[in-house]
Write a protein that binds this ligand. Structure first.
Ligand code: BES
Ligand code: MN
Ligand code: ZN
Length: 503
Protein backbone atom coordinates (compact mmCIF):
# COMPACT_ATOMS: atom_id res chain seq x y z
CA UNK A 1 0.00 0.00 0.00
CA UNK A 2 1.46 3.33 -1.00
CA UNK A 3 1.99 5.99 1.63
CA UNK A 4 0.81 9.46 0.67
CA UNK A 5 3.75 11.29 -0.90
CA UNK A 6 3.47 15.02 -0.42
CA UNK A 7 3.83 16.80 -3.72
CA UNK A 8 5.67 19.94 -2.70
CA UNK A 9 7.69 22.37 -4.80
CA UNK A 10 11.42 21.80 -4.99
CA UNK A 11 13.16 24.12 -2.50
CA UNK A 12 16.76 25.12 -3.29
CA UNK A 13 19.34 27.59 -1.97
CA UNK A 14 20.50 30.06 -4.63
CA UNK A 15 23.40 32.53 -4.67
CA UNK A 16 21.73 34.67 -7.32
CA UNK A 17 18.46 34.89 -9.23
CA UNK A 18 18.87 32.18 -11.86
CA UNK A 19 17.99 32.31 -15.56
CA UNK A 20 15.30 29.73 -14.80
CA UNK A 21 13.44 32.05 -12.46
CA UNK A 22 10.21 33.60 -13.73
CA UNK A 23 9.28 35.85 -10.82
CA UNK A 24 11.22 37.40 -7.93
CA UNK A 25 9.31 37.66 -4.63
CA UNK A 26 10.50 40.33 -2.22
CA UNK A 27 9.31 41.41 1.21
CA UNK A 28 8.08 44.96 1.68
CA UNK A 29 7.77 46.37 5.20
CA UNK A 30 6.21 49.52 6.40
CA UNK A 31 8.56 51.58 8.60
CA UNK A 32 6.49 54.37 10.17
CA UNK A 33 4.18 54.24 7.18
CA UNK A 34 6.97 54.36 4.59
CA UNK A 35 7.48 51.21 2.50
CA UNK A 36 10.94 49.67 2.53
CA UNK A 37 12.31 46.56 0.88
CA UNK A 38 13.56 44.09 3.48
CA UNK A 39 16.12 41.99 1.65
CA UNK A 40 18.83 41.73 4.32
CA UNK A 41 21.99 40.17 2.93
CA UNK A 42 20.23 38.57 -0.03
CA UNK A 43 22.40 38.70 -3.16
CA UNK A 44 20.48 41.36 -5.09
CA UNK A 45 22.15 44.60 -6.18
CA UNK A 46 21.36 47.69 -4.04
CA UNK A 47 20.72 49.88 -7.06
CA UNK A 48 18.26 47.34 -8.45
CA UNK A 49 16.39 47.28 -5.16
CA UNK A 50 16.29 51.08 -5.18
CA UNK A 51 14.78 51.12 -8.66
CA UNK A 52 12.30 48.45 -7.59
CA UNK A 53 11.19 50.41 -4.55
CA UNK A 54 10.54 53.49 -6.72
CA UNK A 55 8.40 51.39 -9.05
CA UNK A 56 6.48 49.85 -6.16
CA UNK A 57 5.81 53.22 -4.54
CA UNK A 58 4.68 54.57 -7.89
CA UNK A 59 1.88 52.00 -8.03
CA UNK A 60 0.83 52.57 -4.43
CA UNK A 61 2.51 49.74 -2.47
CA UNK A 62 2.53 50.40 1.28
CA UNK A 63 4.08 47.23 2.79
CA UNK A 64 1.09 46.40 4.94
CA UNK A 65 0.80 42.76 5.93
CA UNK A 66 0.23 40.41 2.98
CA UNK A 67 -0.43 43.22 0.49
CA UNK A 68 0.50 42.00 -2.99
CA UNK A 69 1.99 44.29 -5.63
CA UNK A 70 3.35 43.00 -8.93
CA UNK A 71 5.52 45.15 -11.18
CA UNK A 72 7.67 44.54 -14.28
CA UNK A 73 11.22 43.65 -13.29
CA UNK A 74 14.16 46.06 -13.67
CA UNK A 75 16.03 45.18 -16.89
CA UNK A 76 19.10 43.85 -15.06
CA UNK A 77 17.15 41.00 -13.43
CA UNK A 78 16.58 37.75 -15.37
CA UNK A 79 12.92 37.56 -14.28
CA UNK A 80 9.95 39.10 -16.05
CA UNK A 81 8.22 40.46 -12.97
CA UNK A 82 8.64 41.13 -9.28
CA UNK A 83 5.99 40.38 -6.69
CA UNK A 84 6.24 42.42 -3.51
CA UNK A 85 4.48 40.90 -0.53
CA UNK A 86 3.74 43.01 2.54
CA UNK A 87 5.38 42.11 5.84
CA UNK A 88 3.64 44.81 7.87
CA UNK A 89 5.30 46.93 10.56
CA UNK A 90 9.07 46.56 10.41
CA UNK A 91 9.39 46.13 14.18
CA UNK A 92 6.70 43.42 14.40
CA UNK A 93 8.02 40.94 11.86
CA UNK A 94 8.35 37.40 13.22
CA UNK A 95 8.74 33.97 11.62
CA UNK A 96 4.97 33.52 11.30
CA UNK A 97 4.64 36.81 9.40
CA UNK A 98 7.27 35.59 6.93
CA UNK A 99 5.57 32.18 6.66
CA UNK A 100 2.19 33.82 5.94
CA UNK A 101 3.55 36.32 3.44
CA UNK A 102 5.49 33.61 1.61
CA UNK A 103 2.37 31.43 1.60
CA UNK A 104 0.20 34.23 0.24
CA UNK A 105 2.77 34.86 -2.52
CA UNK A 106 2.90 31.16 -3.37
CA UNK A 107 -0.89 30.95 -3.62
CA UNK A 108 -1.20 33.79 -6.14
CA UNK A 109 1.71 32.62 -8.29
CA UNK A 110 -0.09 29.66 -9.84
CA UNK A 111 1.07 29.02 -13.38
CA UNK A 112 4.58 30.23 -12.50
CA UNK A 113 7.15 27.47 -12.67
CA UNK A 114 10.15 28.92 -10.80
CA UNK A 115 10.16 31.63 -8.18
CA UNK A 116 13.21 33.27 -6.60
CA UNK A 117 12.82 35.09 -3.30
CA UNK A 118 14.66 37.35 -0.89
CA UNK A 119 12.26 36.44 1.94
CA UNK A 120 14.93 33.86 2.80
CA UNK A 121 17.09 36.73 4.02
CA UNK A 122 14.43 37.63 6.59
CA UNK A 123 13.89 34.06 7.82
CA UNK A 124 15.09 31.20 5.63
CA UNK A 125 13.17 28.39 7.36
CA UNK A 126 9.92 30.34 7.57
CA UNK A 127 10.16 31.43 3.93
CA UNK A 128 10.74 27.83 2.81
CA UNK A 129 7.84 26.51 4.90
CA UNK A 130 5.53 29.30 3.74
CA UNK A 131 6.25 28.75 0.05
CA UNK A 132 6.01 24.98 0.29
CA UNK A 133 2.74 24.99 2.24
CA UNK A 134 1.22 27.85 0.25
CA UNK A 135 1.88 25.88 -2.94
CA UNK A 136 0.29 22.70 -1.51
CA UNK A 137 -2.67 21.32 -3.45
CA UNK A 138 -4.59 18.08 -3.25
CA UNK A 139 -5.38 16.76 -6.72
CA UNK A 140 -5.61 13.00 -6.08
CA UNK A 141 -9.20 12.78 -7.29
CA UNK A 142 -9.11 15.17 -10.23
CA UNK A 143 -9.37 13.37 -13.53
CA UNK A 144 -8.24 15.05 -16.75
CA UNK A 145 -11.65 16.71 -16.86
CA UNK A 146 -10.78 19.03 -14.01
CA UNK A 147 -7.00 18.71 -13.58
CA UNK A 148 -5.37 22.14 -13.09
CA UNK A 149 -4.54 23.78 -16.43
CA UNK A 150 -1.05 25.16 -16.95
CA UNK A 151 -1.97 28.62 -15.63
CA UNK A 152 -3.42 27.08 -12.47
CA UNK A 153 -0.53 24.77 -11.53
CA UNK A 154 1.25 25.52 -8.27
CA UNK A 155 4.81 26.85 -8.15
CA UNK A 156 7.16 23.95 -8.88
CA UNK A 157 10.53 25.36 -7.79
CA UNK A 158 11.57 27.95 -5.23
CA UNK A 159 15.03 29.54 -5.20
CA UNK A 160 15.79 30.83 -1.73
CA UNK A 161 18.40 33.55 -2.14
CA UNK A 162 21.28 33.42 0.35
CA UNK A 163 24.76 35.02 0.38
CA UNK A 164 26.41 31.58 0.30
CA UNK A 165 24.78 28.36 -0.81
CA UNK A 166 27.53 26.46 1.01
CA UNK A 167 26.69 27.94 4.40
CA UNK A 168 26.06 25.08 6.82
CA UNK A 169 23.43 26.92 8.83
CA UNK A 170 21.52 27.75 5.67
CA UNK A 171 21.70 24.16 4.49
CA UNK A 172 20.46 22.75 7.78
CA UNK A 173 17.70 25.38 8.04
CA UNK A 174 16.48 24.33 4.60
CA UNK A 175 16.65 20.60 5.38
CA UNK A 176 14.65 21.18 8.55
CA UNK A 177 12.04 23.39 6.86
CA UNK A 178 11.62 20.83 4.07
CA UNK A 179 11.04 18.04 6.60
CA UNK A 180 8.51 20.16 8.49
CA UNK A 181 6.63 21.12 5.33
CA UNK A 182 6.55 17.47 4.27
CA UNK A 183 5.09 16.44 7.61
CA UNK A 184 2.41 19.13 7.47
CA UNK A 185 1.59 18.10 3.88
CA UNK A 186 1.43 14.45 4.95
CA UNK A 187 -1.14 15.33 7.61
CA UNK A 188 -3.06 17.46 5.10
CA UNK A 189 -3.10 14.61 2.57
CA UNK A 190 -4.56 12.21 5.12
CA UNK A 191 -7.24 14.74 6.11
CA UNK A 192 -8.07 15.54 2.48
CA UNK A 193 -8.47 11.89 1.51
CA UNK A 194 -12.22 11.28 1.30
CA UNK A 195 -13.90 8.81 3.67
CA UNK A 196 -14.75 6.53 0.75
CA UNK A 197 -11.03 5.90 0.40
CA UNK A 198 -9.74 6.38 3.95
CA UNK A 199 -11.39 3.97 6.38
CA UNK A 200 -9.76 2.44 9.47
CA UNK A 201 -8.04 -0.57 7.84
CA UNK A 202 -6.76 1.56 4.97
CA UNK A 203 -5.65 4.37 7.29
CA UNK A 204 -3.77 1.81 9.40
CA UNK A 205 -2.05 0.40 6.28
CA UNK A 206 -0.95 3.84 5.16
CA UNK A 207 0.28 4.77 8.65
CA UNK A 208 2.20 1.51 8.81
CA UNK A 209 3.83 2.10 5.42
CA UNK A 210 4.88 5.62 6.43
CA UNK A 211 6.17 4.44 9.80
CA UNK A 212 8.16 1.55 8.35
CA UNK A 213 9.69 3.79 5.69
CA UNK A 214 10.89 6.08 8.51
CA UNK A 215 12.36 3.18 10.49
CA UNK A 216 9.72 3.22 13.24
CA UNK A 217 8.45 0.25 15.19
CA UNK A 218 4.88 -0.40 14.06
CA UNK A 219 2.11 -2.33 15.75
CA UNK A 220 -1.45 -2.66 14.42
CA UNK A 221 -4.33 -4.20 16.37
CA UNK A 222 -7.31 -5.33 14.28
CA UNK A 223 -10.90 -5.66 15.49
CA UNK A 224 -10.37 -9.15 16.88
CA UNK A 225 -7.32 -8.13 18.89
CA UNK A 226 -9.10 -4.99 20.11
CA UNK A 227 -12.06 -7.06 21.30
CA UNK A 228 -9.83 -9.64 22.97
CA UNK A 229 -7.69 -7.09 24.78
CA UNK A 230 -10.68 -5.12 26.04
CA UNK A 231 -10.57 -1.90 24.04
CA UNK A 232 -14.27 -1.31 24.70
CA UNK A 233 -14.29 2.33 23.60
CA UNK A 234 -12.77 1.67 20.16
CA UNK A 235 -14.88 -1.49 19.66
CA UNK A 236 -18.07 0.27 20.82
CA UNK A 237 -17.66 3.21 18.45
CA UNK A 238 -16.51 1.00 15.57
CA UNK A 239 -19.25 -1.59 15.74
CA UNK A 240 -21.84 0.40 13.78
CA UNK A 241 -19.66 0.24 10.68
CA UNK A 242 -18.98 -2.58 8.23
CA UNK A 243 -15.43 -1.23 8.14
CA UNK A 244 -13.89 -2.40 11.44
CA UNK A 245 -11.67 -0.34 13.77
CA UNK A 246 -7.91 -0.42 14.32
CA UNK A 247 -5.34 0.73 16.87
CA UNK A 248 -2.00 1.74 15.41
CA UNK A 249 1.17 2.36 17.42
CA UNK A 250 4.26 3.95 15.89
CA UNK A 251 7.39 4.19 18.04
CA UNK A 252 10.55 6.19 17.53
CA UNK A 253 13.48 5.53 19.83
CA UNK A 254 16.22 8.17 19.90
CA UNK A 255 18.71 5.62 21.28
CA UNK A 256 19.87 8.34 23.67
CA UNK A 257 20.35 7.57 27.33
CA UNK A 258 17.81 9.18 29.63
CA UNK A 259 15.85 10.62 26.70
CA UNK A 260 12.47 11.92 27.86
CA UNK A 261 9.47 9.86 26.74
CA UNK A 262 6.66 11.61 24.91
CA UNK A 263 3.38 9.83 24.13
CA UNK A 264 1.20 11.27 21.37
CA UNK A 265 -2.44 10.23 20.95
CA UNK A 266 -4.66 11.37 18.07
CA UNK A 267 -8.34 10.88 17.30
CA UNK A 268 -8.82 8.85 14.13
CA UNK A 269 -12.53 8.84 13.31
CA UNK A 270 -12.39 8.38 9.53
CA UNK A 271 -15.97 9.61 9.30
CA UNK A 272 -18.30 10.84 12.02
CA UNK A 273 -22.01 10.59 11.19
CA UNK A 274 -22.76 10.88 14.91
CA UNK A 275 -23.90 7.24 14.97
CA UNK A 276 -27.43 6.61 16.26
CA UNK A 277 -27.33 10.15 17.74
CA UNK A 278 -27.04 11.16 14.11
CA UNK A 279 -25.84 14.60 13.00
CA UNK A 280 -27.91 16.92 10.81
CA UNK A 281 -27.14 16.63 7.06
CA UNK A 282 -25.93 20.22 6.62
CA UNK A 283 -22.17 20.30 6.80
CA UNK A 284 -21.81 16.62 7.67
CA UNK A 285 -19.29 16.21 4.84
CA UNK A 286 -16.76 18.12 6.97
CA UNK A 287 -16.66 15.07 9.25
CA UNK A 288 -14.18 13.59 6.79
CA UNK A 289 -11.72 15.64 8.87
CA UNK A 290 -12.51 13.81 12.11
CA UNK A 291 -9.23 11.91 11.85
CA UNK A 292 -7.11 15.07 11.76
CA UNK A 293 -5.68 14.45 15.24
CA UNK A 294 -4.57 10.99 14.12
CA UNK A 295 -3.08 12.41 10.91
CA UNK A 296 -1.12 14.99 12.91
CA UNK A 297 0.35 12.56 15.44
CA UNK A 298 1.36 10.09 12.70
CA UNK A 299 3.06 12.87 10.72
CA UNK A 300 4.72 14.19 13.88
CA UNK A 301 6.30 10.94 15.06
CA UNK A 302 7.66 10.36 11.54
CA UNK A 303 9.01 13.94 11.54
CA UNK A 304 10.64 13.45 14.97
CA UNK A 305 12.43 10.40 13.59
CA UNK A 306 13.55 12.24 10.44
CA UNK A 307 14.95 15.09 12.53
CA UNK A 308 16.55 12.68 15.01
CA UNK A 309 15.05 14.45 18.01
CA UNK A 310 16.57 13.46 21.39
CA UNK A 311 13.29 12.16 22.82
CA UNK A 312 11.53 8.79 22.57
CA UNK A 313 8.20 9.38 20.87
CA UNK A 314 5.25 7.05 20.39
CA UNK A 315 2.02 7.72 18.55
CA UNK A 316 -1.00 5.72 19.70
CA UNK A 317 -3.76 6.08 17.15
CA UNK A 318 -7.29 4.71 17.54
CA UNK A 319 -9.16 4.51 14.22
CA UNK A 320 -12.88 3.89 13.76
CA UNK A 321 -15.82 4.93 11.59
CA UNK A 322 -18.83 6.24 13.56
CA UNK A 323 -21.91 4.94 11.71
CA UNK A 324 -25.54 4.20 12.56
CA UNK A 325 -26.72 0.66 11.83
CA UNK A 326 -28.39 -2.30 13.49
CA UNK A 327 -25.03 -3.23 14.97
CA UNK A 328 -24.24 0.27 16.22
CA UNK A 329 -24.02 1.10 19.90
CA UNK A 330 -27.15 2.72 21.36
CA UNK A 331 -27.62 5.76 23.57
CA UNK A 332 -27.81 4.22 27.04
CA UNK A 333 -25.37 1.38 26.30
CA UNK A 334 -22.58 0.85 28.82
CA UNK A 335 -19.09 -0.04 27.62
CA UNK A 336 -15.90 -0.93 29.46
CA UNK A 337 -12.91 1.12 28.46
CA UNK A 338 -9.42 -0.38 28.19
CA UNK A 339 -8.24 -0.47 31.83
CA UNK A 340 -11.69 -1.16 33.28
CA UNK A 341 -13.54 2.15 33.62
CA UNK A 342 -17.20 1.78 32.64
CA UNK A 343 -18.93 4.47 30.58
CA UNK A 344 -22.59 5.09 29.87
CA UNK A 345 -22.86 6.20 26.25
CA UNK A 346 -25.57 8.84 26.52
CA UNK A 347 -24.76 10.33 23.12
CA UNK A 348 -23.10 8.25 20.40
CA UNK A 349 -21.88 11.47 18.76
CA UNK A 350 -19.48 12.03 21.68
CA UNK A 351 -17.41 9.17 20.25
CA UNK A 352 -13.98 10.78 20.10
CA UNK A 353 -13.47 10.72 23.86
CA UNK A 354 -14.39 7.01 23.92
CA UNK A 355 -11.70 5.95 21.48
CA UNK A 356 -9.19 8.40 22.98
CA UNK A 357 -9.73 7.08 26.51
CA UNK A 358 -8.69 3.58 25.41
CA UNK A 359 -5.68 4.95 23.55
CA UNK A 360 -4.58 7.16 26.46
CA UNK A 361 -4.65 4.22 28.88
CA UNK A 362 -2.68 2.11 26.38
CA UNK A 363 -0.15 4.89 25.72
CA UNK A 364 0.44 5.35 29.45
CA UNK A 365 1.32 1.67 29.95
CA UNK A 366 4.76 2.69 28.64
CA UNK A 367 5.20 5.23 31.48
CA UNK A 368 5.71 8.32 29.35
CA UNK A 369 6.92 11.54 31.00
CA UNK A 370 4.62 13.60 28.80
CA UNK A 371 1.35 12.89 27.04
CA UNK A 372 -0.06 15.10 24.30
CA UNK A 373 -3.37 14.15 22.75
CA UNK A 374 -5.07 15.99 19.94
CA UNK A 375 -8.51 15.66 18.42
CA UNK A 376 -11.26 17.31 16.43
CA UNK A 377 -13.20 16.74 19.61
CA UNK A 378 -15.95 19.31 20.06
CA UNK A 379 -17.98 21.84 18.12
CA UNK A 380 -17.77 23.80 21.37
CA UNK A 381 -14.08 24.48 20.61
CA UNK A 382 -15.21 26.65 17.71
CA UNK A 383 -17.93 28.32 19.75
CA UNK A 384 -15.33 29.27 22.37
CA UNK A 385 -12.30 30.14 20.24
CA UNK A 386 -13.32 30.36 16.60
CA UNK A 387 -11.98 28.32 13.74
CA UNK A 388 -8.26 29.12 13.94
CA UNK A 389 -7.40 28.87 17.63
CA UNK A 390 -6.83 25.43 19.15
CA UNK A 391 -7.99 25.00 22.75
CA UNK A 392 -5.24 23.63 25.00
CA UNK A 393 -6.21 21.89 28.25
CA UNK A 394 -4.53 19.59 30.76
CA UNK A 395 -2.20 19.96 33.71
CA UNK A 396 -1.78 23.69 34.29
CA UNK A 397 1.98 23.97 33.90
CA UNK A 398 2.36 21.69 30.88
CA UNK A 399 -0.80 23.14 29.28
CA UNK A 400 0.69 26.64 29.50
CA UNK A 401 3.98 25.41 28.08
CA UNK A 402 2.25 23.72 25.13
CA UNK A 403 0.07 26.77 24.46
CA UNK A 404 3.11 29.09 24.59
CA UNK A 405 5.02 26.87 22.13
CA UNK A 406 1.95 26.72 19.89
CA UNK A 407 1.87 30.53 19.84
CA UNK A 408 5.57 30.59 19.00
CA UNK A 409 5.17 28.40 15.93
CA UNK A 410 2.14 30.34 14.72
CA UNK A 411 -0.51 27.65 15.33
CA UNK A 412 -1.81 29.81 18.17
CA UNK A 413 -3.13 27.32 20.73
CA UNK A 414 -4.67 29.01 23.77
CA UNK A 415 -4.86 27.73 27.38
CA UNK A 416 -8.30 26.78 28.73
CA UNK A 417 -9.34 25.87 32.30
CA UNK A 418 -10.96 22.83 33.89
CA UNK A 419 -13.56 24.41 36.19
CA UNK A 420 -14.04 22.02 39.16
CA UNK A 421 -17.83 22.09 39.04
CA UNK A 422 -17.99 20.50 35.57
CA UNK A 423 -16.73 17.09 36.74
CA UNK A 424 -20.05 16.42 38.47
CA UNK A 425 -21.86 16.69 35.13
CA UNK A 426 -20.20 13.45 34.01
CA UNK A 427 -21.76 11.36 36.80
CA UNK A 428 -23.74 8.45 35.37
CA UNK A 429 -26.86 6.78 36.77
CA UNK A 430 -25.41 3.32 36.07
CA UNK A 431 -21.70 3.47 35.19
CA UNK A 432 -18.46 5.09 36.41
CA UNK A 433 -18.86 7.94 33.97
CA UNK A 434 -21.29 9.35 31.41
CA UNK A 435 -19.80 10.34 28.05
CA UNK A 436 -21.61 13.69 27.96
CA UNK A 437 -22.88 16.35 30.33
CA UNK A 438 -26.64 17.00 30.62
CA UNK A 439 -26.13 20.56 29.35
CA UNK A 440 -24.02 22.08 26.58
CA UNK A 441 -22.15 24.82 28.44
CA UNK A 442 -18.38 24.50 28.37
CA UNK A 443 -18.57 21.50 26.05
CA UNK A 444 -14.87 21.66 25.09
CA UNK A 445 -13.89 21.63 28.75
CA UNK A 446 -16.21 18.76 29.67
CA UNK A 447 -14.64 16.64 26.92
CA UNK A 448 -11.20 17.43 28.35
CA UNK A 449 -12.36 16.58 31.87
CA UNK A 450 -13.64 13.23 30.59
CA UNK A 451 -10.17 12.45 29.15
CA UNK A 452 -8.45 13.56 32.36
CA UNK A 453 -10.12 10.62 34.14
CA UNK A 454 -7.89 8.29 32.11
CA UNK A 455 -4.55 10.04 32.58
CA UNK A 456 -2.50 8.40 35.35
CA UNK A 457 -0.73 10.32 38.12
CA UNK A 458 2.78 11.41 37.27
CA UNK A 459 2.24 11.91 33.52
CA UNK A 460 2.36 15.53 32.39
CA UNK A 461 -0.60 15.90 30.06
CA UNK A 462 -1.93 18.36 27.49
CA UNK A 463 -5.01 17.98 25.30
CA UNK A 464 -5.34 20.04 22.10
CA UNK A 465 -8.83 20.42 20.62
CA UNK A 466 -8.45 21.30 16.93
CA UNK A 467 -12.07 20.85 15.74
CA UNK A 468 -11.90 24.13 13.79
CA UNK A 469 -8.18 24.68 13.19
CA UNK A 470 -7.48 21.27 11.59
CA UNK A 471 -9.83 21.79 8.64
CA UNK A 472 -10.36 25.04 6.79
CA UNK A 473 -13.92 25.28 5.47
CA UNK A 474 -13.51 28.99 4.67
CA UNK A 475 -11.36 30.72 2.05
CA UNK A 476 -7.58 30.32 1.83
CA UNK A 477 -5.32 32.51 4.00
CA UNK A 478 -1.53 32.80 4.33
CA UNK A 479 -0.03 29.35 3.73
CA UNK A 480 -3.35 27.58 4.36
CA UNK A 481 -5.68 26.52 1.57
CA UNK A 482 -9.11 24.95 1.82
CA UNK A 483 -9.33 21.60 3.61
CA UNK A 484 -6.77 19.96 5.88
CA UNK A 485 -4.35 22.42 7.49
CA UNK A 486 -1.87 20.08 9.21
CA UNK A 487 -2.51 21.71 12.61
CA UNK A 488 -1.15 20.86 15.22
CA UNK A 489 1.93 19.12 13.73
CA UNK A 490 4.23 22.09 14.29
CA UNK A 491 3.00 22.60 17.86
CA UNK A 492 3.71 18.97 18.73
CA UNK A 493 7.15 19.09 17.12
CA UNK A 494 7.93 22.21 19.17
CA UNK A 495 6.80 20.42 22.34
CA UNK A 496 8.91 17.34 21.61
CA UNK A 497 11.97 19.47 20.85
CA UNK A 498 11.45 21.61 23.93
CA UNK A 499 11.12 18.54 26.13
CA UNK A 500 14.22 17.01 24.47
CA UNK A 501 16.21 20.18 25.22
CA UNK A 502 14.89 21.05 28.68
CA UNK A 503 13.29 17.90 30.10
N1 BES B 1 -16.26 15.32 15.61
C1 BES B 1 -17.17 16.03 16.43
C2 BES B 1 -16.69 17.43 16.79
C3 BES B 1 -16.56 18.39 15.65
C4 BES B 1 -17.62 19.22 15.33
C5 BES B 1 -15.38 18.50 14.95
C6 BES B 1 -17.48 20.11 14.28
C7 BES B 1 -15.24 19.39 13.91
C8 BES B 1 -16.30 20.20 13.58
C9 BES B 1 -17.40 15.26 17.72
O1 BES B 1 -17.33 13.88 17.64
C10 BES B 1 -18.78 15.58 18.18
O2 BES B 1 -19.70 15.21 17.51
N2 BES B 1 -18.90 16.25 19.32
C11 BES B 1 -20.16 16.61 19.86
C12 BES B 1 -20.11 16.38 21.34
C13 BES B 1 -21.46 16.50 22.00
C14 BES B 1 -22.35 15.35 21.57
C15 BES B 1 -21.25 16.51 23.49
C16 BES B 1 -20.40 18.08 19.52
O3 BES B 1 -19.46 18.86 19.54
O4 BES B 1 -21.53 18.42 19.22
MN1 MN C 1 -19.19 13.00 17.05
ZN1 ZN D 1 -16.13 13.13 16.11
Amino acid sequence: MSAPTPDLPELVLAGSVSERADVLVIGLTSADGTPEILAGDAPVDEAVLGELLDNLVAVGATGRSEELTRVPAPASLPVASVLAVGLGDADKIDAEQVRRSAGTAARVLTGVETVATTLSAVDLGAAAEGFALGAYTYTEFRSEKSAPKEDARPVARVELLVPSTRDRDAKSALTRATAIAEAVATARNFVNTPPSHLFPAEFAERAKALGEAAGLKVEVLDEKALEKKGFGGIVGVGKGSSRPPRLVRLSYSSKKRKAPKVALVGKGITFDTGGISIKPAAGMEAMTSDMAGAAAVIATVVLAAKLGVAADVTATVPMAENMPSSTAQRPGDVLTQYGGTTVEVINTDAEGRLILADAIVRACEDDPDYLVDTATLTGAQMVALGTRTPGVMGHDEFRDRVAALSQEVGENGWPMPFPKELRGDLESRVADLANVSPHRWGGMLTAGIFLKEFVPEGVQWAHIDVAGPAFNTGGPFGYVGKGGTGVPVRTMLAVIEDVAANG
